[in-house]
Design a protein around this ligand. Sequence first.
Ligand code: B12
Length: 325
Amino acid sequence: MGDESLSAGAVARRLGVAVTTLRTWHQRYGLGPSRHVPGQHRRYTTQDLDRLEVMLRLTSQGVAPAEAAAWVLSPHRGSPSVLPDLSVLPDISVSPDLSVSPGLSVSPGLSVSQGRDGGGQAIPLGPATPAARGFARAAMRLDAPTMRAILEDEVAERGVIVAWDDVAVPVLIGIGERHQATQRFVEVEHLISRCVSEVLGAVPRPASSPRVLLAAADEEQHTLPLEALAAALAQAGVASRLLGARVPARALADAMTRTGPTAVVLWSQLAETGDAGQLARVREHPHPPLLLAAGGPGWPAVLPAGVAQLTTLGAAVSLVQAAAT
Ligand code: B12
C-alpha cells in the first residue's frame, strides 16, 4: 500500500470483513483509522491495517475481540505481524495452524468458539498476504462480490502477475488441498474458479491482432493459468487468442493453420493430459511457431527438442512477449 491510506470500505474488502465490524472495532476497542485530513473522513494507514490484520487472525483463532484488541494495542507487542503465544492468553481455544476460517465477520462481542472443524472449515494458506486471506475468507462465505472486489483491487494496484501469484494461486492450491482432505467444498472451489476467471477476463485486451495462441492440452479442463497468462500478456500490451479447455491436437493444428501464431503455449495440469506427442505435433506443423512452450505440472520432465518449459507466470509473460513482438 506504500504511504497511501485506505477508506473503511477498501479495508473491509481487503480483510474480508463487514464495514460494520470495522466500525464496531473502532468504537469499542479504539482500532480505528488514524490518518486525519481536515474536512474528510479519517483513513486507515498501513499500520492501522496491520493492527486489524492481527486482530482478525486472533479472533479467527478463538480469541475474544476485547482480549485481541487489548493485545493489538499493547505497547509491548513488537512487530504487528508477530502473533502472541496464544497459550498464555486466558480462556481461549487454540488452533495450531493459521488457516483461514469462515465466519470472520463475527458479531462483535462474540467471545470464544468459532465452530472450527479441526481446520476442515478453512482454506489452508500458510504465510499469505492480507488480500489472499481476505479472498479465502470471502470464498468460504461464498461471498462472490467481495472475492471479485479483492482480486480487482489487486489487479488494479499490483498487476495481474502479483494478483495471480500472491492471491489466486495460494487460495487455489489451498482449496485443492482442503477438498482432497475432506471431499467437500466443491462449491467453494467452483466459485473461486469463476471469480478468478471473471476478473482475469475483464482485464482490457489490446486492439492488435493476436499472434499468440494459448490452449489447454487434449482432455485438460484446467485453464485458469492460461487465463492468467492471457490477462498478464494483455497488461503487457500483447494480444493473445485463448482456445480454452480440452483442445484436441487436430483442432490445435487447424487453429494454427488459420491464424499463423508466432507463439503457442500448451497447458497440462494433470499427468493424464501431458502427452508430449501433442507438442511434437505442433513442432511438425508446416508453419511451426517461433516459440512453442509447455506450461503446467502435467508434462513429463523431459520435453521434446525445441519446446520451452514455462515455470512461472512472470517468466512466461517475458518469453512470450519477446517472441510475439
Ligand atoms: C480449479 C481446479 C479445477 C477446476 C478447473 C477450472 C478451470 N477453469 O481451470 C475443475 C473443477 C474443472 C477441475 C477439474 C478437475 N480437477 Co482440479 N483443481 C483445481 C485447482 C483447485 C486449481 C487448478 C489451478 O488453476 N492450478 C494452477 C496453480 C494454482 O497450481 P499449480 O499448477 O500447481 O502451480 C504451480 C506451477 O504450475 C506454477 N504456476 C502457477 N501458475 C502458473 C501460470 C503459468 C502461466 C505458469 C507457466 C506456471 C504457473 O506455480 C505453481 C508452483 O509451482 C487444483 C489445485 C491445485 N493445486 O492446482 C485442482 C487439481 C489440479 N485438480 C485435481 C483433480 C483430481 C481434478 C479432477 C480429475 C477432479 C475430478 N475427479 O473430476 C478434474 C480434472 C478434469 C480434467 N481432465 O482436467 C487435482 C489433481 C491431482 C493430480 N495431480 O493428479 C488437484 C491438484 C486438486 C487436488 N489437490 O487433488 N479442477
